[in-house]
Design a protein around this ligand. Structure first.
Ligand SMILES: NC(=O)C1=CN([C@@H]2O[C@H](COP(=O)(O)OP(=O)(O)OC[C@H]3O[C@@H](n4cnc5c(N)ncnc54)[C@H](OP(=O)(O)O)[C@@H]3O)[C@@H](O)[C@H]2O)C=CC1
Ligand SMILES: O=C(O)[C@@H]1CCC=N1
Length: 383
């Protein structure tokens, strides 16, 4: 731990000009004994040594990369929403904790709304809630979920979340409401909600196909200028390995954008995209886990056919998919090049690749993404 000594150390305006610091360090308004890291969304003591240690932490480096890729960390609002960070934590990070844990810590330090609600608590709601709870982003006792039956509500109660069969209870007691019902359930569900008076929560809809314009029109009967986000998450969010793309509605504020990016990045990878791309995102990452589960099942069947025990075959199949995904993400190489690196001339893999091509492997996957995206558009057209 760096000792503070008997004299106070203050934010130096030189840091705003210094390469290696100016990219990420900021003043904390009203407190010159602190400095803020824009990448990690955290507040550090304004000690040069602390800043140096922080800049070397794996978590900081990872957040710097993410910031470059997505711009997600650009708008950290400092102040009392940022938790103070200690160099001990950074030192532990430098001593070799895994990147995954470093990332976990990073997303644990983000802005979150006080109370969160879920209308509909099936597969997608549970996946998101599991991630938020795991990362400590929501307080279960300030979280409430509704559904018409007890089928899923019981599972949420086990997580410590309050439950109700009245959707209005969720809306009136939440700062942020996730709308997680099926597309055909949405209109009647929203139609049954009474006007909200002065309370105006942020609505985040994961309902496939339903546009921001349509959501805003429907929610106008509840609240003036409804603040709405349309998101396309996926179920691997439950294990912090999801993808969540989202588009902001016309009445959302910069603070809503901040809250949304903070919360949704806890699901895995997240990014804001123009709304017209959401159907395509549905076809690829929203529905995609299903294609890959099928691939894993089929690969395992192949292993069993060729003599491997079932459990080993399934583990090998899942690990092979995970490893190949990590190679694409971490090496930055084109997947075609990575494929070539596995194919020896006259070898086993190229024989298998030929068989896949004969059976329209790539065509099948392209068509699957297209079919899901077109179905998403079709569901939207029924609005
Ligand atoms: N599953 C996925 O991978 C993804 C899903 N989505 C979207 O998320 C949304 C939810 O999907 P998913 O979680 O899979 O669906 P589920 O069927 O698993 O969950 C739907 C939930 O809505 C509840 N519900 C039904 N009617 C109402 C109502 N009137 N008021 C309140 N709750 C109601 C159901 O209640 P009960 O528990 O009583 O059955 C259930 O809890 C869909 O629009 C889907 O397109 C988006 C991306 C990925
Ligand atoms: O099939 C569905 O309706 C949802 C949308 C994306 C994934 N599952």
């Amino acid at each position: 731990m760096v000792k503070s000594g008997n004299y106070s150390r203050k934010y130096s305006k030189e840091w705003d000009k210094e390469d290696g610091l100016r990219e990420w360090v900021s003043r904390v308004p009203g407190d010159d004994t602190k400095a803020a890291c824009r990448y990690c969304r955290t507040v550090i003591r304004a000690h040069r040594a602390d800043l140096k240690v922080h800049s070397l932490a794996k978590k900081h480096k990872k957040n710097a990369e993410l910031s470059t890729i997505t711009g997600l960390f650009a708008a950290f609002p400092y102040g009392d929403k940022g938790r103070e960070h200690t160099v001990d934590k950074d030192k532990a990070d430098m001593k070799g904790e895994g990147d995954e844990r470093a990332l976990d810590a990073a997303v644990g330090e983000i802005v979150n709304p006080a109370s969160v609600g879920f209308i509909g608590c099936g597969n997608m709601a549970q996946a998101m809630l599991t991630a938020f709870l795991k990362k400590g982003l929501v307080n279960p006792s300030l979280t409430i979920a509704s559904a018409p039956s007890d089928r899923n509500l019981g599972k949420l109660r086990e997580l410590g979340v309050r439950t109700t069969q009245d959707n209005n209870d969720v809306v009136i007691s939440s700062d942020l409401v996730f709308v997680c019902v099926k597309p055909h359930q949405l209109t009647s569900m929203l139609g049954d909600l009474p006007p909200l008076g002065n309370h105006s929560p942020l609505f985040v809809s994961v309902v496939t196909g339903v546009s921001l314009g349509h959501l805003e029109t429907m929610l106008c009967s509840l609240v003036e200028n409804p603040r709405v986000v349309r998101a396309m998450p996926n179920t691997p969010s439950a294990v912090g390995q999801g993808c969540c793309l989202y588009a902001l509605g016309t009445h959302t504020t910069p603070s809503d954008a901040e809250t949304t990016s903070s919360l949704l990045s806890a699901l895995g990878m997240s990014a804001q995209i123009p709304e017209y791309q959401i159907d395509a995102a549905c076809g690829l990452s929203g529905s995609g886990p299903a294609y890959i589960y099928m691939a894993i099942e089929a690969l395992a069947d192949g292993g069993v056919k060729m003599g491997l025990p079932r459990q080993l075959a399934q583990t090998l199949a899942a690990q092979t998919v995970k490893g190949a995904g990590a190679m694409v993400l971490e090496t930055g190489k084109h997947p075609g090049q990575l494929k070539d690196e596995v194919c020896s001339p006259g070898g086993t893999t190229i024989a298998a690749v030929h068989t896949l091509e004969q059976n329209s492997f790539r065509n099948s996957l392209i068509s699957a993404v297209e079919a899901s995206a077109l179905r998403s558009k079709e569901l939207g057209a029924k609005e």
